[in-house]
Design a protein around this ligand. Structure first.
Ligand code: ZN
Length: 413
């Protein structure tokens, strides 16, 4: 999906505004000798930018408009280091709501719907984004925010909520609770709009089945407006991204090379009309691919495949890029195997090749040797890499409340 003439013109306008603003990026671009964008070649010369830049510019260094035009800030809570602050103008807030309203429309939500919003309100962009889009289409917002399951279910029943907006984990929790209490027949939900993150098919199927709803993945990140910059249309055919507001590239996360449609890599987004904090070629670290061809729905917005994971988690064996999610998928295909695992990668200097070892857990019902062989063959056929596989008993691998480290790279130890 090459950048078109209209988008180039929009990027040029963004760059001119940045240069005039004297903000953080104006310095970066002046140093890089960037004066304007008139061709694809010019565009590709603009350096990528990253969350680290936004942290360097903390708190308001990326602001590209005068103080009096800023109506709101949002902040993304980094797990490490300083948070990131994004200033919005009135137009930014309105543009975001317009995109979000489109998301609801694509999901078939109308002004007759009652939208139960469980993402949090406050500094981060979640709840308020769902709310603004809801008001824009004229539906009824039920601004719950997260937590207090008791009250969530009561309101859901009393008000007859028809659309649930939630993270996949919270949707799962509510589905389990509804199931446990046997109140499914009192619930009127028809659709679930779930903040896009990588979630397993098992979880998706459970939520869809228990709540009897259609599920939609909504995409977004605080740095680029917030949630609501893309959503899949009915039929899980990838998420439409609004190319009149955003230009999307997919790059090789290691080399930075722009990849053709259909190839998986890291999503890089350029805002085309953002005023408060324009970002050009922002690396999201989310992994996906642009789906080639037209969507059956007839909309011409480009489509991103469901998010596959984070590029920070990627590892390379025999020159093949791999992600923990691919291993998880394979583990999920074999009977008796748990979702806990560990990957060790080393280099055999004598044979000059990488060695990959997967340690996985299985329950006592299954033959460990046969299970290991099965996993090995699946890796070979699906990933083109043949690992050594060791099966251990359930609960042997360490559990962690925080994000568990899965990949241990011993090359260069
Ligand atoms: Zn479509």
């Amino acid at each position: 999906m090459k950048i078109n003439a209209k988008q180039l013109e929009m990027v040029n306008r963004q760059v001119q505004r940045i240069l005039e603003s004297g903000n953080y990026y104006s310095e970066v671009y002046k140093k890089a000798g960037i004066t304007g964008v008139h061709s694809e070649e010019d565009f590709l010369k603009i350096p990528f930018t990253d969350k680290a830049d936004l942290r360097n510019a903390y708190p308001l260094g990326i602001q590209a408009v005068p103080e009096e035009q800023v109506v709101r800030i949002h902040s993304s809570s980094g797990t490490t280091g300083k948070p990131v602050i994004i200033p919005y103008t009135a137009k930014d807030v309105d543009d975001w709501a317009t995109m979000f309203a489109r998301c609801y429309e694509i999901a078939g939500v109308t002004n007759r719907d009652r939208i139960h919003i469980t993402p949090g309100y406050g500094l981060w962009t979640a709840g308020i984004g769902f709310q603004a889009g809801c008001e824009k289409i004229g539906a009824m917002a039920i601004p719950m925010g997260p937590g207090n399951t008791e009250k969530q279910l009561q309101m859901m029943i009393d008000l007859g909520s028809t659309v649930l907006c939630a993270t996949s984990s919270y949707a799962l929790l509510l589905a389990e609770e509804i199931n446990k209490r046997g109140i499914r027949d009192q619930i009127k939900l028809k659709k679930g709009i779930i903040g896009s993150e990588r979630w397993s098919d098992a979880k998706r199927n459970y939520i869809a089945r228990e709540l009897g709803i259609e599920l939609y993945d909504i995409y977004g990140l605080t740095e680029i407006y917030g949630p609501g910059i893309g959503i899949n249309c009915p039929g899980e055919t990838g998420m439409h991204i609004f190319d009149d507001y955003l230009y999307t590239e997919i790059i090789d996360p290691v080399t930075g090379e722009v990849l053709p449609d259909g190839e998986e890599g890291e999503i890089v987004i350029t805002t085309l009309v953002k005023e408060g904090a324009p970002l050009i070629r922002f690396r999201t670290h989310d992994l996906s691919k642009i789906l080639p061809g037209e969507c059956h729905c007839g909309r011409t917005y480009p489509r991103l495949a469901t998010i596959r994971g984070r590029s920070d988690d990627m590892f390379k064996v025999h020159g093949v890029n791999m992600f923990p999610s691919q291993i998880e998928e394979i583990l999920g295909m074999v009977d008796g195997v748990s979702s806990e695992y560990k990957i060790d990668i080393a280099h055999d200097d004598l044979k000059n090749r990488d060695i990959m070892m997967i340690t996985a857990e299985a329950d006592g019902r299954v033959d460990f040797m046969k299970t290991a062989e099965q996993l090995k063959m699946l890796c070979k056929s699906r990933l083109n890499v043949t690992p050594n596989v060791v099966i251990v008993s359930l609960n042997t691998l360490p559990r962690s409340e925080k994000k568990t480290q899965r990949v241990f790279d011993h090359r260069g130890d």
